[in-house]
Design a protein around this ligand. Sequence first.
Ligand code: HEM
Ligand code: HEM
Length: 166
Amino acid sequence: MSKTQPAAYSPVHILIHWAIAALILFQLVFGESMKDLERALRGDGTPDAVTAFMGNAHIWVGIAVLVLTVLRLVVRARFGVPAPVPASRLQELAARAVHGLLYLLMIVVPLTGLAAWFGGIREAGEIHELGKPLFIILIALHVAGALYHHFALKDRSLMRMISSRA
Ligand code: HEM
Ligand code: HEM
């Protein structure tokens, strides 16, 4: 664990936050591609080039999310994160809960995808699909919180996830 609490998020933490956000949005928008690939493989066994490409992209982007999340948790444990911006006790608890649940999904969703695809575990596939609505709800709450801080409370919360100097 870090010994002192930093004044800002490190550039690495910020970079990984936005890289993971972009990759997860890609997965949520194009997730159906895995179902198309499964259907094609179950059908005549030869997916067309787009289906094969998008299916492979889903697997590799998902693995990238998992690796980057582990890296981010290591960076977080090693260098720490700044103290929460002052807010009510309830808001701090809500933010902490949403962040914790997002981290949980960022680990569980790729792992269940891998278990379903490579291990053929059907239950893992069912849990994996649940990740979609859960991610959408949590991201909506998270973004609403970030915008509320920025536009209503007018504090530095959003800016400090954009620049280490904020
Ligand atoms: C953060 C990472 C990931 C996200 C957000 C994600 C998201 C999704 C989404 C939205 C779907 C479509 C679900 C639906 O339409 O109901 C899906 C399906 C699927 N994904 Fe992922 N995925 C991720 C990582 C992975 C990985 C690493 C694999 C490994 C191969 C994988 C394998 C699958 C499979 C096999 C399906 C089809 C599930 C089924 O038909 O039951 N996913 N994923
Ligand atoms: C898939 C999308 C996203 C995921 C999974 C995600 C995840 C997270 C997580 C887990 C944290 C906690 C950081 C830590 O303490 O280690 C965080 C912080 C933050 N995120 Fe996101 N995020 C996403 C998208 C966004 C978007 C679109 C915005 C802006 C509108 C945003 C703004 C922020 C801000 C401002 C913080 C810092 C809060 C603070 O400490 O004051 N995030 N995010």
